[in-house]
Design a protein around this ligand. Structure first.
Ligand code: ZN
Length: 116
């Protein structure tokens, strides 16, 4: 997560428009899906959140950055990796998120952030 925060998004963060949205889990950066069998803490946290989802506990929104669609998805993940993984593993279709729109605030070119 930190490498993302320190990357392109941080530079443009001040220019982002934020909105609360319901986002398809399948559209979120799939490179953020935990696949490391040695990440025991990650799996433990995710398992707890999966249990919460099964009990219909409302989890805090995750934090995403809307970006140009590619093979990773339409949304970069800024915060909430374990909540995202829990939703993915539980096959939850939609997740609540704060979404940063960088250079595409309500404009018609929402999937083509301006390179200003
Ligand atoms: Zn946008």
């Amino acid at each position: 997560m930190l490498d993302i925060l320190e990357g392109d998004y941080l530079v443009t963060e001040n220019f982002a428009c934020w909105s609360a949205e319901i986002v398809p889990v399948a559209d979120i950066d799939r490179y953020q899906i935990i696949d490391d069998p040695d990440d025991q803490l990650g799996w433990q946290k995710t398992a707890l959140l999966q249990a919460a989802l099964r009990e219909n506990v409302t989890l805090p929104p995750i934090v995403l950055a809307h970006s140009t669609p590619d093979d990773r998805g339409r949304y970069g993940l800024l915060d909430g990796r374990h909540r995202f993984n829990a939703a993915h593993l539980e096959s939850v279709p939609l997740i609540r998120a704060w979404v940063a729109h960088i250079g595409c605030c309500g404009g018609p070119a929402a999937d083509h952030p301006a390179q200003s």
